[in-house]
Ligand binder design. Structure first.
Ligand SMILES: NC(=O)c1ccc[n+]([C@@H]2O[C@H](COP(=O)([O-])OP(=O)(O)OC[C@H]3O[C@@H](n4cnc5c(N)ncnc54)[C@H](OP(=O)(O)O)[C@@H]3O)[C@@H](O)[C@H]2O)c1
Length: 282
């Protein structure tokens, strides 16, 4: 990663695992100062020790993003900190894979998704924005999913919560106009992290490693684009807008056969490696 981060303080939520942990390593190697946020004290401490081993100045702050009082407490602690946050990476996230028809009696799942993926990051963003506006500098980076662009059957609650954050970001960046504060949304494809471990068929899907996903976010930290997304999912997003009925028919035709094919492939892989199957829903 570019050494332009040397004089920057980067706050990463979800730094205790997966992509956030990998990004923390990369920011540390580029010389950035780090504020690491998550709930799990032991795993957060592990990331802290690792980034300090790279020589980075870093602190860990525990907070549950689903609890607005804890997020407000985090904001208050950040406002008292000697170094202001230059770059906020809203990376922490929760995913639930479940068809709508099996979610009918589980509205609490949608509430959890909205709390972790939208309301928590929103309160954090609103808390740090006044400081960024006062200093006339800052960068907010939201980690989203290509599911928002491409359509994601079985992930209605997840993509809805991610889309809420994406649209907040889009409105904010337009309101910021010519001010030098940037807002970036990074749309990631499937990434092999604990988030997807519970879904057996993902073993048969091509996926990025956490380090590769973190490099994409790292690129966004340096280049500060409005959005960073694979070309093929941007093309699908365009098709959903231009030809929604064709897209609906294509999904209706292909979804089940592709799903069955991937299930067979994942099953064969597990049989070869003598592993039991993971749960379908998470
Ligand atoms: N993996 C993928 O295929 C994929 C694809 C597209 C986008 N993404 C996005 O990438 C981001 C990182 O996901 P990942 O794959 O690295 O998942 P992961 O390994 O499961 O990590 C999720 C992180 O979020 C934190 N977190 C979860 N709930 C939280 C809460 N209530 N409060 C505070 N922190 C919380 C977790 O920390 P604690 O448990 O310690 O709190 C953990 O550090 C997410 O926003 C996800 O939606 C992932």
């Amino acid at each position: 990663m570019d050494t332009g981060l040397k004089v920057r303080t980067v706050l990463i939520t979800g730094a205790s695992s997966g992509i956030g942990r990998a990004l923390a390593h990369q920011v540390a190697q580029a010389g950035g100062r780090l504020i690491l946020v998550a709930r799990d004290a032991a795993r957060l401490e592990r990331t802290l020790t690792e980034v300090q081993a790279h020589g980075a100045a870093a602190v860990a702050m525990r907070a549950d993003l689903a609890d607005p009082a804890q997020v407000r407490g985090l904001v208050a602690a950040l406002q008292r900190a000697p170094e202001p946050v230059d770059i906020l990476v809203n990376n922490a996230g929760l995913s639930i894979r479940r068809p709508v028809e099996r979610s009918l009696d589980r509205p609490e799942d949608f509430e959890r998704l909205i709390s972790v993926n939208y309301l928590g990051p929103l309160v954090l963003t609103l808390g740090l924005l006044p400081g960024m506006l006062a200093r006339n500098r800052g960068h907010i980076v939201d980690v989203s999913s290509i599911g928002v662009q491409a359509g994601a059957p079985n992930f209605s609650g997840y993509v809805a919560s991610k889309a809420a954050m994406d649209h907040f970001a889009r409105a904010l960046l337009l309101e910021l106009g010519r001010r030098p504060i940037r807002v970036t949304t990074v749309y990631l494809p499937l990434v092999r992290t604990p988030m997807i471990e519970a879904t057996a068929i993902y073993e048969a899907f091509p996926a990025l490693e956490a380090q590769q996903a973190a490099r994409r976010i790292g690129k966004a930290l340096i280049e500060r684009p409005v959005r960073l997304a694979p070309a093929w999912t941007t093309a699908l997003e365009l098709l959903h807008t231009l030809a929604p009925e064709t897209m609906r028919r294509t999904f209706a035709l292909l979804h089940d056969p592709v799903h069955r094919f991937l299930e067979r492939r994942a099953k064969a892989r597990r049989a070869r490696s003598h592993r039991p199957g993971a749960q379908e829903e998470h």
